[in-house]
Design a protein around this ligand. Structure first.
Ligand SMILES: [Zn+2]
Length: 217
């Protein structure tokens, strides 16, 4: 019986996960993306992206003695603005992390260890943050691109669904899928539609009808 429960805990299905509990805002408490079943990783990433990076701006960043340096240093709040949305800070670990690399970095190398697994606290060497960003095409850069793509894909889906709520009135419920999707495209791309004259639209739809497209209105 005990073995059964152990097995179950290691491969949780989507509906067995309490997402509020699972998606930890504080980095000290997060599970690595790779520890989830491959089918779940996209959803976990989406949940984290919805939450956004952990950037606690209102706290007092403690002064820490770093290695054998004389002068204690602290994380600077301004770095969130200077380096942008990838930079995270964990209050419990008192270290900085990378949101993009946590979510999408492919190669689990030294950069991954420093900014995802162990956290970074070399606060006397701010240039390390710049070198973490690295070059175009580098590991951090690719992770950032993946994040951007995921966010814009989610935004497009949300845009379509909210448009569907508006376009799908009781009258449109009686339309066939094809006609409904034409209306939906016209609505979603309304900025583009403004460039087209009404006559052109009427002409286009009339030609479609002549060609045999039936609207089951
Ligand atoms: Zn990174």
């Amino acid at each position: 019986m005990e073995r059964y429960f152990k097995r179950k805990a290691s491969c949780l299905a989507e509906n067995e996960i309490n997402w509020d509990e699972e998606i930890k805002y504080d980095l000290g408490l997060r599970k690595e993306i790779d520890s989830y079943h491959p089918n779940l990783r996209e959803k976990v990433r989406r949940k984290y992206l919805e939450n956004g990076p952990c950037q606690p701006r209102g706290i007092n960043f403690p002064l820490l003695k770093i290695g054998d340096k004389e002068k204690p240093r602290r994380f600077m709040r301004e770095w969130f603005d200077e380096f942008g949305p990838w930079l995270e800070y964990s209050e419990t670990k008192q270290k900085a992390y990378c949101f993009y690399c946590f979510l999408f970095r492919e190669k689990k190398d030294a950069g991954y260890d420093a900014f995802v697994v162990n956290g970074w606290d070399g606060f006397h060497r701010k240039e390390r943050l710049r070198s973490h960003i690295g070059e175009v095409g580098g590991l951090h850069y690719n992770a950032m691109k993946e994040c951007d793509e995921q966010v814009s894909a989610t935004t497009t889906v949300e845009r379509c669904f909210s448009a569907m709520k508006i376009v799908k009135t009781s009258l449109s419920n009686r339309m066939g899928d094809e006609h409904l999707s034409h209306r939906l495209i016209c609505y979603i791309e309304k900025e583009e539609m403004k460039k087209v004259s009404n006559e052109a639209v009427v002409h286009h739809f009339m030609t479609m009808e002549e060609k045999g497209s039936k609207y089951d209105l």
